[in-house]
Design a protein around this ligand. Sequence first.
Ligand SMILES: [Zn+2]
Length: 169
Amino acid sequence: MRIIDYLEAKYGVGNATTMLSCEARVFGIRGKLQKGWLSRIGSVEITPDMANKLKAELARSSAVSAVTGIQILNSAWIELKSKPAANSRDFLQSKAWKRLRLIALNAHGRKCQCCGAGPENGAVLNVDHIKPRSLFPLLALSLGNLQVLCSDCNEGKGNWDMTDCRKAY
Ligand SMILES: [Zn+2]
């Protein structure tokens, strides 16, 4: 379940125009909602950790829609739990990651976004997390955080390195 799915389940399709401040906090938004917030974070997958944190916050909230939020999270729990934890050893083997990885490869044209090499040049392509999943687990399944790199370009990049190589290749 992505953030937009949660909000649309709660407020109705097309009506995901706002959220509670506790929801914004859990989803990583600081301060007021800025224009375009939904297109920025809507596709982020809600992880089991996020859902648990959110349920605890909603339970403390007096907002009318808080109860609905808890119900939505509870009914989606089985699906949420099947999402791999960002730091788990199984992450790279999970269906959710493999599916997203393929979407990223297709979206970026199966070329290294740093040097332009592709399989036709013998390059082995990797899908890289720009912000590493160890430090930014909430972005582990976010398409906007992925770039395609060949092994050569990827090798020098450690978990501390957040170089965004995305170019017009
Ligand atoms: Zn490269």
